[in-house]
Design a protein around this ligand. Structure first.
Ligand code: PAF
Length: 289
């Protein structure tokens, strides 16, 4: 595995497989890798693609007072894991290459960024869309992989790529869960033992909503009945919990019948940690709890 920091060197390395007609696959990350990230990398490797993984803790997607400074980092461990999986290039862009002095261009995806996480993290998706578009322009992959755990992020990236006519396929991959059903996330690191036990309410809630949907329930309020209270009791604060149209991310009101394959999504705080999770009913495997 080559570790590359300079953009011209990256371009040189990627030109060879491109020239030979080989697929170039890309997995953007912020590091502190877990099985969820590694599942994306394995998917790229299964394609037989020339695989590039980036690690860049993107400052512009953290709002004031969020956890940029304490975001966990372990480059040596990440690098060993990626090398073991046969990654071709680990790309570690320099902040000044991503955001040159005077940088004043942003990618703003309207509409679907306003609800869910966008309601409380106002600059987040502008930062995500901008950095992802920049990284895609740098790596120029044929295909890029994102986890479905960040479902809204996946939709934002799909929309940015479509709207900006970028020649890359975006693939969403299943959420990877721990044995207690909690979705893997670099931020789980911050949870104490007791907080982690409280967080089990999240997969239990999603699994119960899925059971009701699979059992034939289609009234939104009944699918979620009692589940908001369960989450509220486990969390210190709930940013949102509800059913959403999986395409537009528009909320589905309690009295409505759900559209096909809606999304149940939530964000909440336990201690100092903000956790998000979701499942698309009838599509995603529910947590096994
Ligand atoms: O999901 C993440 O880790 C980040 O939001 C991403 C896509 C790497 C952009 O910084």
């Amino acid at each position: 595995m080559l570790t590359i920091r300079a953009l011209d060197e990256l371009r040189k390395q990627v030109a060879t497989p491109h020239g030979a007609g080989r697929t170039v696959a890309f997995v953007p990350t912020m590091g502190f890798l877990h099985e969820g990230h590694l599942a994306l990398v394995r998917r790229a490797r299964r394609l037989g693609a020339f695989t590039v993984v980036s690690i860049f803790v993107n400052p512009s997607q953290f709002g004031p007072g969020e956890d940029l400074e304490r975001y966990p980092r372990d480059l040596d461990r990440d690098s060993a894991l990626l090398s073991e999986l046969g990654v071709d290039v680990l790309f570690l862009p320099a902040t000044q290459d991503v955001y040159p002095v005077g940088c004043s261009t942003w990618v703003v995806v309207e509409g679907i960024t306003e609800g869910l996480c966008g309601a409380t993290r106002s600059v987040h998706f502008r930062g995500v869309a901008t950095v992802v578009v920049k990284l895609l322009n740098m790596v120029q992959p044929d295909v890029a992989y994102f986890g479905r755990k960040d479902f809204q992020q996946l939709r934002v990236v799909e929309m940015a790529v479509r709207d900006l006519n970028m020649p890359v396929k975006i693939r969403g991959c299943a959420t990877v869960r721990d044995t207690d059903g909690i979705a893997l996330s670099s931020r789980n690191e911050f949870l104490s033992g007791k907080e982690r036990s409280r967080a089990r309410a999240i997969p239990e809630t999603l699994a119960e909503a899925a059971r009701r949907y699979v059992g034939g329930e289609r009234r939104a309020g009944t699918i979620l009945e009692g589940l908001g209270a369960k989450l509220g009791a486990a969390a210190d604060a709930v940013d949102y919990f509800g059913l959403f149209d999986a395409g537009t991310l528009a909320p589905i009101e309690d009295e409505e019948q759900v559209s096909d394959e809606p999304l149940v999504a939530l964000a909440l705080h336990i201690g100092r940690t903000r956790l998000i999770d979701n499942i698309q009913l009838g599509v995603d495997e529910p947590p096994d709890v």
